[in-house]
Write a protein that binds this ligand. Structure first.
Ligand SMILES: Cc1cc2nc3c(=O)[nH]c(=O)nc-3n(C[C@H](O)[C@H](O)[C@H](O)COP(=O)(O)OP(=O)(O)OC[C@H]3O[C@@H](n4cnc5c(N)ncnc54)[C@H](O)[C@@H]3O)c2cc1C
Length: 384
């Protein structure tokens, strides 16, 4: 059965449209330049907005397209082709945070932000992690205390991707109840990145170079009470409400990038000659490529299965975790082999493989590490 047969005619048209767009309107050269120069993908983000695709999951009566989970993964698979960073971090984070805002926001917040978001005037990012709170996200300490109608926020956020981009609104998880521990007493505030006493310091990371990731130093930053999303103490529910969409977008992006890595490696193997023949003729490389494509296909099946279940309204935490785990480890493995197949050429930025490889290294850490994904999957396997 051809792979296309898993998709309806409409979904295949959507996939082809997204692929044409990334190849013709964004281009791999542009993505490479942003990565090399560590500059944000403003032009690409605006082009996606101009297509109306930032509203992919936003209902039509609120200005969006009203798509579903399959549309979502097909989109991210294509956008992730040349960079998981562009797709999952620049687009994905903004898009699923907009979903949380629609779900938990008051009517005035929706009116204030959603139109501006759809027109790329504002974009969203998420600040959960802190130096002492990585996988253990409930260990956050950043404090928000009431001062009249406002909150005063003090603390340090770590790794906030996209937070230095212009118009960035940071969905920040803070502790509003000083007596609380763990998941209780947490609240989400919508924090513009240009408030006084808020300082961003860029981190020179191995991957995520275009979107950029920052530390955020907060010293009694005054945030209007009107910027609270949901009610006090609802923070954990809000921040985890979009976990499945988040991990689906990450898994689909990484799978799309892994496919491109195999395609690039294969293309190189068919053109590079050594010992009087193309290196594809060496059986050891043929087998490597066969394994690489098999793993990417398996990752795609896991992603589509999880998306199908999400769309059908079935519980799919385990399946989403499997998709994220397998797609991230596949990206890491096929890009390591891709660099090997390309030899020295694979280490040059213009070959793109070294970027895919760096992003593969980040893929198994961010968005829930491989160890955490395995723990979630294992929890669903307890003795009945
Ligand atoms: C480039 C980049 C961008 C990021 N962007 C954002 C962002 O925009 N917003 C945000 O809030 N965060 C962001 N993060 C943070 C990311 O979510 C964390 O890196 C991730 O949660 C892991 O936390 P940590 O790096 O502190 O590692 P740790 O949690 O300290 O983990 C270290 C190692 O221990 C393992 N480990 C931890 N706990 C367990 C356990 N219970 N069982 C088994 N193994 C375990 C981990 O799997 C890992 O191998 C980003 C990170 C990076 C690197």
């Amino acid at each position: 059965m051809a792979f296309e047969n898993f998709l309806s005619d409409e979904q295949q048209i959507w996939r082809d449209t997204c692929n044409r767009f990334i190849d013709r309107e964004i281009t791999r050269e542009y993505i490479r330049k942003c990565d090399m120069e560590r500059t944000y993908y403003y032009e690409a983000y605006e082009k996606v907005a101009a297509q109306g695709w930032l509203g992919l999951m936003i209902p039509e009566d609120q200005g969006g397209i009203g798509g579903d989970a399959m549309d979502w993964v097909i989109f991210f698979e294509a956008m992730g082709k040349y960079s998981n960073d562009f797709s999952a971090a620049t687009l994905g984070v903004s898009m699923y945070t907009a979903q949380a805002l629609l779900h938990f926001g008051r009517a005035d917040q929706v009116a204030q932000y959603i139109d501006a978001y759809l027109n790329a005037k504002v974009r969203f990012c998420i600040a959960i992690s802190e130096p002492q709170a990585g996988s253990d996200a409930a260990a956050i300490r950043t404090r928000a205390t009431k001062d009249g109608e406002d909150y005063l926020v003090t603390g340090l956020k770590q790794w906030c991707s996209g937070s230095s981009a212009k118009g960035a609104i940071i969905a920040m998880l803070v502790r509003t109840d000083p007596e609380s521990t763990r998941r209780n007493g947490l609240t989400v505030l919508l924090v513009p990145n240009d408030l006084p006493n808020l300082e961003l310091r860029k981190l020179n990371t191995l991957a995520r170079r275009g979107t950029g990731t920052n530390q955020i130093f907060l010293d009694e930053v005054r945030v209007p009470g009107a910027n609270r999303l949901g009610f006090e103490g609802q923070g954990w529910d809000i921040i985890t409400s979009h976990l499945e969409l988040e991990r689906l977008s990450i898994a689909a992006s990484m799978m799309g990038c892994a496919q491109q890595a195999v395609t690039d490696a294969l293309q190189y193997a068919h053109t590079r000659e050594q010992f009087g023949q193309t290196i594809f003729n060496f059986q050891v490389l043929k087998h490597m490529l066969a394994d690489m494509q098999t793993k990417v296909d398996a990752a795609r099946l896991l992603v589509y299965r999880a998306a199908g279940m999400h769309q059908a309204g079935q519980p799919c935490g385990r399946e989403v975790s499997m998709a994220k785990l397998y797609a991230s480890e596949t990206l890491q493995e096929v890009t390591r082999n891709g660099v090997q197949i390309m030899g020295g050429h694979g280490m040059l930025p213009e070959a793109d493989m070294e970027r895919y490889f760096r992003e593969g290294m980040q893929a198994t850490v961010g968005g829930g590490s491989s160890q955490i994904m395995r723990t979630i999957i294992a929890q669903s396997m307890k003795k009945k």
